[in-house]
Write a protein that binds this ligand. Sequence first.
Ligand code: FE2
Length: 374
Amino acid sequence: MAKGKVELETQAAAVEELPIDGFDYIELYVGNALQASYYYHRGFGFDVVGYRGLETGDRESCSYALRQNNVHIVLTGGMSPDSPICRHVLEHGDGVKTIGLRTRNARQCYQTALARGATGVEEPAEHEDEFGRFVFASVQTYGETVHAFVERENYRGAFAPGYKPVETVASGTGLTYVDHVVGNVEVDRMEHWVEFYKRIFGFYVYQYFDARDISTQYSALVSKVMANRSGTVKLPINEPYAGLRRSQIQEYLDYYLAPGVQHIAIGTRDIIRTVSELKQRGIQFLTVPRAYYDELPQRVGKIDEDIEELARLGILVDRESEGYLLQIFTRPVEDRPTLFFEVIQRKGARGFGKGNFKALFESIEREQALRGNL
Ligand code: FE2
């Protein structure tokens, strides 16, 4: 029996990987795309680069496409109560609908995924205009979340066909790329989604964290990081683990009312500058106790940054064999305690800040307690 299971895993890992090169964009369904675009523009420093809506002939929905270096975010709102976008917002609050993946061949990704058992959402559609060729298709993943396959190799238009270009003043905060996108799923469902990414996408388990790695006196979670071979797409999957009180993952599920995206980690080359700028713009972050910084030199050894400056900003540090990383987490960015962002700077380290899990989760639990949800 056990032997059979091992063989199955080896077989699953041998599935050829879909030709995916990285993250392309992340789309949120929101209650008011216009106002959300102002938050991401002014707060996070994204430029609005494209718009589609009534003025472009879209009667059902409107979208703002925002960009900062290699990070693209799309904010979409619906126009009527029977719109699937409004229905999504009614049920889940604002949240991530689509994780777009860049590919050299969207049609092949879609057809292979379906042949391997994925559920299709949008069949491959090819657009050709004066800006080039754009191919799009999508499949279902956890909850109501969707993976889009985006082929835009030669496309030079405003974000995607149907969008009109918008020019905004550059206002970046140094965010450069999407490092990873984390999903929360229900208890005992992580393994199902791990198998899904192995079997459909040909991804593999990049790292694994068990309840001992991620636990406090109150709650715990388990997590497996699914990734493509080149490491340009990393998708950790969390599930709650029974603790003394309500796990932060369970709190998410209780408010999102489905599995969904918990956080989006965005990279920077200068986290001190980026976080200083974000704070000045009013983005709110989790805080860590002073004791964390008193213990830091002993835990991580010599680092380039000034520890007092990190303490002032609340930035966390973790050391691994190949280097270290710096990271910080925002408070939830929606009314419900669901989606949040991480800002990360990697200096050789390829992990996820395992040494910070305890401090981070204790920080989350302080906020959960304030919300009456611990
Ligand atoms: Fe993360």
